[in-house]
Each structure stands twice: as C-alpha cells, then as structure tokens.
Design a protein around this ligand. Structure first.
Ligand SMILES: O=C(O)CCC(=O)C(=O)O
Ligand SMILES: [Mn+2]
Length: 197
C-alpha cells in the first residue's frame, strides 16, 4: 500500500497535519450516507450575549459521559457500526484510542462553526484531535491567539483526516466560516479522548 501523503499545516506552537486521501471516494460516500441517516442529529441552543440562539449546524455526541461546551450539555448517544468503523480507521492511523466523537452536520453554506479551541478541561492539556470530513469540501481556518496575523486556511475535502496535537489548542483557534456558494452537506467527525470521573 502506498503511504498517505502528509501535508504539514502548523509546526509552531502545536502541530496540525492533513492527510487528504485518508478514505477512498467510495468508502467516504458509503460512510456519509450511513452516518447521515443513522445519527440522532439535534440542533442545540447556545447562550450568546445573554440570548438563546440555535447553533448554525446539527450535532451529535457519542462517548462515555456528557459533554459540556459554551454552557451546553450534550448527552452521549450510542456508537453505531459506521461510527465504530471510522473510529477504528482513525485509531489504526494514529496508534491511539479514542473514547468519544463530536459530529457536526453542515447542511449547506449557511451552516458554520465560529472561532474556538478544543480546550475543554476533560480533553487534558495537549489533546490529539482526529478530524475526519465527509461530503462537501469546506474551508477550515486556523489563527494564532496571540498574533492573529498568523493564519492558515485549507479546504477540508471529502475523506480527509486532519490531526491537531501538542499545544495546538492552547495557542490556536479554528473555525468553519459560512460561504455564499450553493453547496451540499458536509459531515465532520472529531474523535477525542475524554477523561471522565
Ligand atoms: O467541522 C470542522 O472541521 C471543525 C469542527 C470543530 O471544530 C469541532 O467539532 O470542534
Ligand atoms: Mn473544534
């Protein structure tokens, strides 16, 4: 088997690496269909400047314990066969184990994810985040927290794997901006190890 081509995106105050051809086109399409139809998608409400707003995307949380971010607590859903298949692929590739995954479904270009870091305490100080994308490519942006002129922008294509590790979440934020282009749906899965109890 030919080794996957590896594209370093950040190697300073953290590590971010992209593997564009992590899943084959047929495998990605099959997994997109299986995950989108079997996942118990929900649209959550967040508190933003004292007001309740719907998140601009659908989500689903699978793990051992509830997950809390931005004042919102998500109860864990069951692991389905397609999720376990993708988890095994990510674990084989990274030689680690993951016990949780956050899924986001961006229905079209109006759905988005605002600037944030994956820095919840239960992820530990230097989490390895394995982010797999299925479906429509979307622009992914990274910016340095102390020097916002330092920025990286990349399209996360169908079947790609992005790995964020080391102190990345301490120094960098990431986002999926909205786009005016007429585009289809994208699913993103971020596998994590969550410390519980
Ligand atoms: O959709 C993406 O690529 C990013 C998702 C993300 O940042 C997250 O789930 O924390
Ligand atoms: Mn994130």
């Amino acid at each position: 088997m030919t080794p996957l081509s590896e594209e370093p995106l950040i190697d300073d105050d953290g590590q971010v690496v992209l593997f564009r051809d992590f899943l084959g086109a047929e495998q990605s399409r099959r997994l997109f269909d299986a995950v989108s139809s079997s996942c118990p998608w929900r649209q959550d409400e967040l508190m933003l400047f004292g007001r309740k707003v719907l998140t601009p995307r659908l989500s689903s949380w699978h793990g051992d314990a509830p997950y809390t971010y931005s004042g919102l607590t998500m109860t864990p859903q069951a692991w389905s066969p397609p999720l376990l298949e993708i988890k095994a692929r990510a674990e084989n590739h990274t030689h680690t184990t993951f016990n949780s995954v956050l899924l986001n479904l961006y229905r079209d270009g109006r759905d988005s994810m605002s600037w944030h870091s994956d820095d919840e305490p239960e992820l530990g100080p230097n989490p390895l985040i394995a982010s797999i994308s299925l479906g429509e490519p979307r622009r992914f942006r990274l910016r340095h927290k102390m020097n916002k002129a330092r920025a990286v922008s990349v399209d996360l294509s169908d079947g790609s794997l992005l790995l964020m590790s080391g102190p990345t979440q301490h120094y960098w934020q990431h986002a999926i901006p909205k786009t005016r282009r007429t585009i289809g749906a994208r699913i993103n899965l971020t596998f994590r190890w969550t410390y519980t109890g």
